[in-house]
Write a protein that binds this ligand. Structure first.
Ligand code: DC
Length: 226
């Protein structure tokens, strides 16, 4: 069996990683793996249990009660939390903030690492997250660090929420994003940072199709033969 080809995409919240990675996966016939969704599913469990994010002991103990599984329905990743499909419940801001706050704990990361590596070993994948190129798949064939300015990311998020009818202030979203970046980048374990061999892509002034094309171009430069 030939070795699988792995593309790792890391970057801050709101840079467009999942939108881009989904499209790249579709064009290349790869499986898209959204690791943030796994941290979010764990966060949902902690929220339901009423465990505060600061209580590392209780969070670590709760990890033993959690089983995360990934399945695909019509090509869309589904996350199962102890057998329950929670994909529709994990996109709330509250869940994202809890995921950001608890993903710095070693037990939380250990719970997911093996599953992430297993998925990459089984198929050609494009996997997005914060530490894919640096920790999860250090041998990935192609590594991308995808980012955009805080302002551009905040405006995108604002528009998304506006479309959903959620009333919010751009300034609050911008502050929220800056805070999340700081937390994701400054934690001790597996912080968000560009891997030495990752290609830096600043999408602030690019549209989706340009970023998709650029990533496929980089993958080809890195030996992808399709
Ligand atoms: O990409 P996202 O917004 O769905 O991720 C939610 C949180 O999960 C993010 O703030 C940090 C954490 N996360 C992580 O620590 N490592 C990853 N590989 C993916 C996400």
């Amino acid at each position: 069996m030939r070795k699988t080809y792995n593309i790792a995409i890391d970057g801050p919240a709101g840079a467009g990683k999942s939108t881009i990675a989904k499209k790249v996966a579709k064009e290349l016939g790869f499986v898209y793996v959204d690791t943030g969704a796994m941290y979010r599913a764990m966060a949902l469990y902690f929220i339901r249990k009423g465990i505060p994010a600061e209580d590392e002991g209780a969070i670590s103990a709760a990890c033993r009660e959690i089983s995360i599984k990934i399945t695909y329905e019509n090509g869309e990743q589904q996350v199962l939390l102890n057998g329950e499909n929670v994909s529709g419940l994990i996109r709330a801001e509250e869940v994202g903030n809890m995921a950001s706050a608890t993903s710095g704990y070693p037990r939380v990361r250990e719970t997911l690492l093996e599953l992430q590596r297993e998925l990459a070993g089984n198929s050609d994948v494009i996997m997005d997250g914060r530490d894919i190129g640096t920790c999860v798949l250090p041998e990935a064939d192609c590594k991308i660090y995808l980012t955009a300015s805080t302002h551009v990311r905040a405006v995108r998020r604002y528009k998304e929420l506006e479309e959903k009818g959620v009333i919010c202030r751009l300034e609050d979203i911008e502050n929220d994003i800056a805070e999340r970046d700081k937390r994701d980048m400054s934690r001790e374990i597996a912080p968000l940072k560009q891997a030495e061999d990752a290609v830096y892509v600043d999408a602030s002034a690019m549209d989706i199709s340009q970023v998709v094309a650029r990533i496929i171009e980089i993958a080809r430069e890195k030996g992808l033969e399709v």
